[in-house]
Design a protein around this ligand. Sequence first.
Ligand SMILES: [Zn+2]
Ligand SMILES: [Zn+2]
Length: 252
Amino acid sequence: MKLTVIGCAGSFPAPDSPCSAYLVEAEGFKLLIDFGSGSLGNLQNVIDPHDLDAVILTHLHADHFFDACPYAVMRRYAPTGPYPPLRIYGPENTHQRLVAAYGGEGERHCSSLTDVYDVHTLKPSTFELGPFSVTVDRVTHPVETYGVRLEYRGRSLTYSSDTGQCEALDRLATHCDVLLAEAAYTEERENPKGVHLTGKEAGECATKAGAGRLLLTHLVYPWGSAETALSEARQAYTGPVEVVRPGSVYEL
Ligand SMILES: [Zn+2]
Ligand SMILES: [Zn+2]
């Protein structure tokens, strides 16, 4: 499978990166994991966005789902359309939140967005999605949030989404080839528990799980830096580690 980083800025867009969005492809199937603010722009540099086959929203924070709204405009009103409803997976109330963010029930052409999205509610489970086996589990964040593990032909990619340290993430990451882990916090600050990881905590998870490679993401610029995240992660993990950038591609 191929992972392309579309956006990786944590919490709000950076001058040179949209918020979280990751394209994972195998056998021509195009799965977008998270659709954060600004990401629809950069997605167009990588694929024709109409070619998406499915979307997973790990949680309903703006930096992980807001661009599903302008994408609805693109899909609904495209001169090349209409396009069939796109499968989109998200936590409880994803459908209502999309409608509210899009413009509410009163919006003239809005109604229910059912012409654009076929919404599926996530629960901790394993399911087939195109060529992928997808496992999702609840991680630790102030709102209902899912970590994701994708498997394809014996290769595995685990994405932490936003989370504090938790057993669910350790399980999802067990012996994965690549752990894409957030590192929004730094050790030098006093951080609230159960919200985000530091680079060191991401490294600890990678070590505990036996991950083959660690990719750090969701850094909050300018509050953190790649140098800090990397040096923290290396205190706790001796495998290969790097900080992802928009446009980074990883073949698994
Ligand atoms: Zn976030
Ligand atoms: Zn979040």
